[in-house]
Design a protein around this ligand. Structure first.
Ligand code: FES
Length: 211
């Protein structure tokens, strides 16, 4: 299997981008000139209140502004920074590190196909290729390869707008994307959250786990 490499040998694009040293250091945004939607502010403050060091709320704060704006735009980052009393530079450093944050506009449906080892061994590369093929040219979709999503027991799997589905067969992809395009629950019979816990028996048990 050929793994695409970007500059400096990284599997992740963008790690070679230089810092613009001619820019002034970013400042903590002024609340007087940085309007923040009330629901976004309330959500971020609720997360901050859970931790002794409010910076521990950085990931849920970025998730909140990304949900509101669709991506971690400069405006979204400014708003989170304003509420958290941090610099946009601090939050941008975090947002660009984690694959689940987008610092460029993307399609509204995020499909992350895990291509890490357990999923790869069970056909994840073909699965990813199929998803890419069937979403080609559709601006509503942001499809990415992802490292282990922590659900190896349902390999090969994908996260579809945050919902885990697997084990996925190539023949599931069309139905899965059709559900997403029509705002239906994606492939409910293969969702992780509907799987019975260990020891439980259901009429469908004998079919679970077949990709
Ligand atoms: S390797 Fe795919 S979920 Fe762990």
């Amino acid at each position: 299997m050929e793994v695409r490499r970007f500059e400096h040998g990284s599997r992740v694009p963008g790690w070679d981008r230089e810092v613009d040293l001619s820019k002034d250091p970013s400042q903590v945004p002024d609340p007087a000139t940085t309007p923040v939607p009330e629901d976004v502010r309330a959500e971020i403050e609720a997360h901050m209140a859970k931790y002794p060091d409010s910076r521990s709320a950085t990931l849920p704060a970025l998730a909140a502004v990304q949900r509101h704006h669709g991506w971690c735009s400069p405006e979204a980052i400014e708003q989170a920074a304003c509420v958290m009393r941090l610099t946009p530079g601090y939050l941008t450093a975090v947002a660009t590190f984690y694959d689940m944050f987008d610092t460029e506009p993307v399609g509204r449906h995020r499909v992350y196909v895990c291509t890490n080892i357990s999923c790869s061994l069970r056909g994840a590369d073909e699965l990813y290729a199929r998803v890419k093929e069937l979403t080609d040219g559709d601006a509503d979709f942001a499809v990415k390869r992802f490292e282990c999503l922590g659900a190896c027991d349902i390999a090969p799997m994908a996260s579809v707008d945050g919902t885990y589905v697997g084990p996925l067969a190539l023949s599931d992809v069309e139905e899965l994307l059709d559900d997403v395009r029509n705002d239906r629950d994606p492939l409910p019979r293969k969702q992780l959250r509907y799987r019975p816990s260990a020891g439980a028996t259901t009429p469908d048990d004998h079919t679970e786990g077949t990709a």
